[in-house]
Design a protein around this ligand. Structure first.
Ligand code: XMP
Length: 535
């Protein structure tokens, strides 16, 4: 049996959060779509299974379900929200449909604190609760503990199956938590994985470690060791190509494969001339000098610039850069003999998303970002050594591999680079202006110790010209916009609020030192309604 947790995804928006929480406990887990077959579940052999929530109703036609044989595996199961309802539905209980959703905080009255609710510290905050509950317990029948949980459901359990008992209730949910302790099957109406369930981490820990017996052995040190052995075996005597962009994911992948097979790896770094100041030198410093990797740096800035001449439309810029990138990459990789693998920095959220039941919507939003990716028709096999990792785990792995902090902590940078931060036409002079100004902005952010608090910070060169006075002379130069946002995954973002003195000093340094800019503005738009980039 493998020391891991299997999460079966019934379509909840927060399934990934369950996975994050389990990994935080130091236990490996994987997320699989609910159409997974029972044989596959047996093959995975996880020590614990979690059914996620989901938007469906168990009685709906085509509602996602699972083979009942799963209950015979004797593996502990925890059903969350829809997961709980499905357990009841499949084991002979009843679920009531409701058109209205209960959404918000609720007070959970714990009646049994020996297993799932062991050591819940009984925390709650007294701000108004979502479902309108006040302190509902009956003084004659005091609960063992009270803790705040987060509810988000329509349907709820009406009758529990034979063998189950109530572990906890809320004012409006008599079956907020139920269990068949003999078979180690648990069901909760609320979402322990979200932050507002204040003891949620402890509950998941109880289920995964105490009840199911998983050991907290998932560390990046162990992952690195195992993955290196795996890569060596898989690659044998062949060659691997890695497209290195200088970003966190591809850098970690390159460092990992380099440690596994050294000179059998060749990294290709395409300089399209739209990088930030000093970026190429940094990549060379780390990968050629420090790690002694086979690094091919191709300077094709002239080629890219010539193709972008006269182009202002952002989508056209993206397409030209994407296509040219593939041509250059194809040409360079054809020079590498015996290459049979192409390494890519695919991360777990992309893997989960591509098998998520509601994948359509988010995929269309992101599709335009795929330009600058790698050729689709290459005859190489994909090697994706971090495809089971989340971003923060990739960063930890990077540290474990000895990558410098400025690489592992780097803000995301779009494939088309500065092309989509120069509004309007791209010229060598405009690239220079933006590079200089952006370097000052980022340097000041780092000096102020703010870099790691921000998801992305960058400058945008606008085509607007304004009048200014410098010394005795009148100037007529461009406006530069500064942007900084916080975000979890880039899908939504909030404006980062700098101290206005900080912004004033950055603005004055840029105007004084960068020829071509005489006015600096700050962008206060969140996403939505804006996007992070301007183009
Ligand atoms: P938006 O601007 O859509 O950006 O809010 C969300 C995230 O995606 C990055 N981004 C791109 N990345 N190629 C990329 O590789 C692109 O064309 C592209 N456009 C935006 C953006 O920097 C942010 O992190």
């Amino acid at each position: 049996m493998s020391n891991s947790v299997l999460i079966i995804d019934f379509g909840s928006q927060v399934t990934q959060l369950i996975a994050r929480r389990i990994r935080e406990l130091g236990v490996f887990c994987e997320v699989r779509n609910s159409d997974i077959k029972i044989d596959e579940i047996k093959k995975i052999g996880a020590k614990a299974i979690i059914f996620s929530g989901g938007p469906s109703s168990v009685y709906e036609k085509d509602a996602p379900t699972i083979d009942k044989k799963i209950f015979d595996l004797k593996t502990p199961i925890l059903g969350i929200c829809y997961g709980q309802q499905l357990i009841c539905h499949l084991l002979g209980g009843k679920v009531t449909s409701s058109k209205e959703r209960e959404f918000g905080k609720a007070m959970l009255l714990v009646r049994d604190d020996l297993t799932l609710f062991n050591d819940v510290s009984g925390v709650f905050d007294l701000s108004p609760v979502g479902s309108g509950e006040n302190f509902p317990w009956n003084k004659k029948n005091p609960p063992n503990a009270i803790t705040q949980v987060w509810m988000s459901h329509g349907d709820s359990v009406k009758k529990i199956p034979k063998g189950f008992k109530v572990m906890a209730e809320t004012n409006s949910a008599p079956y907020a938590a139920i269990a068949d302790e003999k078979r180690k099957i648990y069901g909760v109406q609320f979402h322990p994985e979200v932050e507002h369930s204040l003891d949620g981490r402890q509950m998941l820990k109880n289920f995964v470690i105490k009840i199911s017996g998983c050991k907290p052995e998932w560390t990046m040190k162990n992952f690195k060791k195992e993955e290196i052995t795996h890569i060596k075996k898989l690659v044998g005597k062949n060659q691997v190509i890695c497209g290195l962009s200088g970003g966190v994911d591809s850098s970690v992948v390159a460092a990992l494969i380099n440690e596994a097979i050294g000179k059998q790896l060749t990294c290709i770094f395409v300089d399209h001339g739209l990088l930030r100041k000093g970026e190429r030198a940094q990549v060379e410093e780390v990968f050629a000098k420090k790690f002694k990797t086979n690094l091919v740096c191709v300077d094709e800035s002239k080629l890219f610039l010539s193709k972008l001449k006269g182009i202002s439309d952002p989508e056209k810029k993206r397409k030209i850069i994407g296509k040219t990138f593939i041509e250059v990459f194809d040409r360079e990789s054809a020079k590498i003999k015996n290459a049979i693998f192409l390494a890519q920095g695919t991360l777990y959220p992309d893997v989960i998303e591509s098998s998520h039941p509601n994948k359509g919507a988010s995929h269309t939003i992101k599709s335009h970002h795929n330009v600058g990716g790698l050729p689709k028709n290459m005859k190489l096999k994909l090697l994706e050594p971090v495809r089971m990792l989340f971003k923060d785990e990739v960063r930890l792995l990077g540290k474990e591999l000895g990558l410098p902090d400025h690489v592992v902590g780097r803000h995301p940078f779009p494939g088309p680079g500065l092309a989509i931060r120069i509004i309007g036409e791209i010229t060598p002079e405009r690239i220079r202006v933006l590079q200089e100004a952006d370097a000052i902005y980022i340097e000041e952010i780092r000096k102020a110790g703010l870099y790691d608090k921000i998801w992305q910070a960058f400058s945008v060169l606008t085509p607007i010209k304004t009048v200014g006075v410098m010394g005795d002379a009148r100037t007529y130069e461009n406006v530069l916009a500064l942007r900084a946002v916080t975000s979890i995954d880039g899908m939504t973002a909030d404006v980062y609020h700098f101290d206005s003195k900080f912004l004033c000093s950055v603005a004055s340094r840029i105007i004084n030192q960068v020829r071509g800019i005489n006015r600096v503005v700050y962008d206060f738009t969140s996403k939505p309604p804006g996007t992070i980039e301007w183009e």
